[in-house]
Design a protein around this ligand. Structure first.
Ligand SMILES: Nc1ncnc2c1ncn2[C@@H]1O[C@H](COP(=O)(O)OP(=O)(O)OP(=O)(O)O)[C@@H](O)[C@H]1O
Length: 239
């Protein structure tokens, strides 16, 4: 599904993503962790096309999408959900999803309605479709952020620290939701600082430090790795 090869990005003399390669298959969730400044969000910026790469390639289902602008990349199937969801206060949940579905793949009519309904159902927002953005509490705003990404018809879903601000109980609900999104036609990448949440949802975890891959393996192996424990010193109880 997604193949990333030798991605590179520098800002001035600071190399932020330094030769990162990975592949994520349909049905898989790749967790991405690393200390502050490791290059995680920049990696997502490169995948989403928000920032141009300095080197390397990004392939989606074999197609080279490395040079495509962000809006075309959404149409190609790369969708991103952000940490701090800011819904339009007066638009309903359904209206948000209609916008996302028509912008993403240009859907109209029954196909659009079907994709919106599916996104509502998969994120548990079915009974809140008529609520406006300002009426949603944080967890539902996170659900809406996920639903918007799903409504665009993604093949690859980039989740950027979406658990921020949630209670422990809500984080569990979010993990269940993400696990429920796994399907053969979708590859998920999730940046997250809460190691136990990442572990619960991910098939593999990629650990970045100073722009480089430290380790990429099954969650148990990664969280037991001494380099990972050292980098997360003080947070090791989360692992
Ligand atoms: N547009 C930019 N211009 C200059 N430096 C940048 C830019 N964007 C990011 N950086 C730098 O790149 C490094 C990596 O940043 P990035 O946000 O990718 O890390 P991160 O792993 O996502 O960190 P965090 O967990 O704090 O979000 C940081 O040192 C940051 O200051």
């Amino acid at each position: 599904m997604l193949e990333v090869s030798d991605l590179r990005k520098s800002f001035g003399r600071l190399t932020v993503v330094d030769g990162v390669s990975t592949t994520v298959a349909g049905g898989e969730c790749l967790g991405v962790m690393g200390p502050n400044g490791a290059g995680k969000s920049t990696l997502f910026d490169l995948l989403a096309g928000a920032t141009p790469v300095d080197g390397g390639t990004i392939r989606l289902d074999g197609r080279d999408v490395t040079g495509l602008p962000p809006e075309i990349r959404v149409q190609a199937g790369i969708a991103r959900a952000f940490q701090i969801p800011k819904p339009f206060p007066t638009l309903s949940v359904r209206e948000h999803l209609v916008l996302a579905a028509s912008a993403g793949q240009g859907l109209r009519g029954a196909a659009l309605a079907g994709q919106v309904d599916e996104a509502l159902e998969r994120t548990g927002l079915g009974d809140k479709a008529g609520r406006t953005g300002r009426e949603l509490r944080l967890l539902d705003r996170k659900r809406l952020e996920l639903a918007k990404a799903l409504a665009s018809g993604p093949r690859v879903l980039l989740l950027d620290e979406i658990s921020g601000g949630l209670t422990e109980h809500e984080v569990h609900a979010l993990v269940d939701l993400i696990r429920g999104l796994k399907s053969p036609g979708l590859a998920i990448l999730w940046i997250e600082h809460i190691a136990h949440a990442l572990k619960a949802a991910s098939d593999r975890i990629l650990m970045l430090h100073l722009g480089r891959k430290v380790i990429e393996d099954i969650p148990d192996t990664v969280t037991r790795d001494p380099r990972v424990r050292e980098l997360y010193l003080g947070q090791a109880h989360h692992a």
